[in-house]
Write a protein that binds this ligand. Sequence first.
Ligand code: SF4
Length: 1001
Amino acid sequence: MIPFLKSIARGYASRYSDLSEICFLFPNKRSCTFFLKYLKEEFGRHVIVAPEVKTITDFVGDLSGKIVASRLDMIFMLFESYQALQGKSSGFSDDEQAKDFESFIGWGETVLSDFNEIDLYLADADAVFKNVKDYREISSNFLTEEQRKVMAEYFGRPDKGDSGKFWSNFEQEDDENSEIKRKFIHLWRRLSPLYDSMKEKLSARGLLTTGGMYKSAVERLKNDGRGALPYKKVVAVGFNALSTSEMVMFSEMRDFDGYEGYDAFCDFFWDCTGPVLSAGLNSASRFVKTNMEHFPMPKWAMPSLAQSSCESLPRLRVVASPSNSAQVKIAGTLLSELSHRLTSKEISEAKVAVILPDEGLLLPMLYSLPKGMGNVNLTMGYPLRLTSVVPFVRQLRLLYQNRRGKGRQASFYHRDLRLFLSHPFSLSMFGTGPVGFLIGYIDKHHKATVTLEEIREYSPEAAAVLDFSELDINSENTIPTLDRILVKTKDSLPSNETGMMKTKLEIDHIEIYRDALRRLGELLQEYNASPTPSTIFRLADRLLASTTVGFEGEPLAGLQVMGTLETRSIDFDHLFILSMNERIMPMRARTRSFIPDSLRHAYGMPPSNYAESIFAYYFYRMISRAKEVTMTYDARTGGGSGSGDVSRYVLQLRHLFAKGVLEEQNWKFRLSGKEEYDPVVRKTEEIKARLTSYMEDGENAKNFSVSALNTYRECQVKFFYQNVMGINTDPAPSEYIDAIGVGNILHAIMEHLYLPKDKRKRFLKEPVMMQKETIAGLLADTDSLRKLTTRLVNSLHFHASEDELDTPLTGAAEIVGDQIINQVKRVLKRDLRIAPFKIYGCEIKERLKLRLSSGRTVNFKFAIDRLDEIDVDGEKCLRIVDYKTGRIKLEAEDIGEVLDGDYKSEQVFQLFTYAWLLGKSSHGVTDKVRMEIYDVPKIFLNEENLPMIGGEPVKSFDEYSGEFAEGIDNMLESIFESDSFLPAKDEGMCSKCSLAMLCRR
Ligand code: SF4
């Protein structure tokens, strides 16, 4: 079996020695390229003058002799016509009109698409738009869901998605609905004059819509006959559903007399092979079968066409993917396997293709391609909105719009700034170092807003980009300024010579955006528009984001990466089709139209369910001649759009056409075993070398801490990533004081209240006596407490300088400050009840060298919130106090559970470790230590929060010290001795783990 296009090339090569006066028409550029390749192969060493090979669009363009207006031009023209019909001045000279224009864009594009279709399907615009004179003629099921959405958008009403209810809105007689009714009738009645006005405007400039171009080509063919074409023969290949204008054009050409020596004037070839299409088993061949009746294929070509016919389906494999993005990994792995089975010739001859019905997977797919696939050729339309440049400009817009102050006095909201700075373009332009320092500065000082001057200190380049002074002087500077920023961005990207596909694409995207932006600037000038910079930014966003970038690769070598439409007429041996989910394959019908289905039917325009048959054809044709087809789909339920439901084509294969032979794999459950990922981290030599830093002194020395050991006991893998590799899992700092910040401030206040400066953060050989009167005095002096709180919030949270420490707290900080004061008072009241007591230290910070049973010495550091001596039942008792503002986890069945990573016993482990470390220190503290949590929010309950083991309170560490010391020694030794770091025993922990992505448990 040979490819369809090759069979046609073979037929013409054997029937005609001179093809120079023949024109071959194809639905897309890619099929033209493949056809020429096959033709060259068929003629071998014979030198011939190549025939004309073109797409139908180019053919029609040449025939009409007109130029198609750009989308941007048309939307401006349409708005001008609409304004004129409304009796408003033409153009939009003030910002209000520009804003009207902005809201017009969405539904204006729908109107343009309707006008285009009316021409393409040779419908009578006057008749279509006059058909409905009154809203009462519109029955409740007159419109599709999509059409209701468009209407709802236009009238500013939410669509309730309730079929048939939309129009009931119009039947209520309140004032608001009367207004909506009036608006609808108003719009509908203007569509016909709007169509005429657009035509006039386009014609005055020698322009047309695409539909208009087809209509004009039809007229030319009808008027001038075959003389309109500079060819002796036309050959139409591989079309499917035809628009009315294509149908009329083909009919005209079919009926022209043939030139001598060229058989008929026009030959037609329809691709309808394979068990599904040829038997007409579903709607896929609906159009092509009709076409075959109206435009039969030439009989002389049947023998060569027979060489491309097939009767059985290829090997079919369907892979359920655990997520949308995992599909590219699966495809990458299977492609790698395939590359080992194929010869380099098979790979280089463009016999393998990856089809991406969802363009969003393009970049991830490119990054997941295995080595050894050779050249990669990209042919597909890619929405500009998915590229990096659109979000970059959008972020600039947000910074401009949300800034405070103007010109050089501007300051920016920290979230807008952070998002902007972390965009890859910003990192490339300003450098990761300066960006990192600037973000560090914002975090450290919890800045809500950041001034241009502050930005300049860290990155003069970033400040130059964010200096919008020129825009404040004159809004006409907006587009040139934006263009300058884009040029700067482009120049900062790694040079094109690096050959990185990503960089090349990004540079192309920036250039495309700049071109579109330039045209927007010209149009604003042409129409005397002078909107504000904000409106210009928004217009750019709305108008340019819906642009599509076309990747049209030329070389027919290596792996072909394509969109669904680009596969038309082309055959591959090995196909990987991703995103085989409903709403993607087939693509969800997006008939954004004001013209209801019943009118569409009446005037020969395609109804909203048209896309289903078209996509069915693309799919079954694409797979018909392949040897092997692998399809992946996102098998999640309730995930992103299109997820969960497998495509109806897979269902058809599963239950009808490939029943029993469809190979199915579910990578989510690892049935194939190929995606199995073991979260265990084996201790390589490099990892072991890193661990030695826990035993060293000097610069690279690392210390164990209580929280690090707690992490280890809960999940060794987490300890490895977090503590050994130093991956920071702290939540991003915010301008608000979070729970950890509240805890730190409370600790500091208690330390400041109880101890003078020279006695803080250390063990006191001479304890400080806390009398009832002292505590009562502290409680009564709210002003001093408030002052201290203010100073510590400013110091610890805002990192303010010494002379700014008394700055009054405002906003959220003031509210949190009040909460902290209340919490401190609760702790004081509790202490008042047990006073007098001795304080041996607050926030005691120490560093120890500990000798383990193996003789290994390890570094340890710890910080104890408070060590005091209280009276318990008449006995003096040393006590470790830990202040907690969060959940209390103080229970364990036995000491094994404490050491074994049980979540409920986290604080038992912490308190025991403090007590154990204190015993190891040089302060002469014995194991007779009481341990208690001050549960600050509930401290008024007058409960003692002692560790509970086996349901019994632990009154002194010495009850368990021997068992615990042995356990913790084993734990520390295992860090160095065991072969690997193991994942958490309790998988429930993983759902909350910030390292889950990395660990892939
Ligand atoms: S996801 Fe689970 S196993 Fe992996 S690091 Fe986090 S807690 Fe440990």
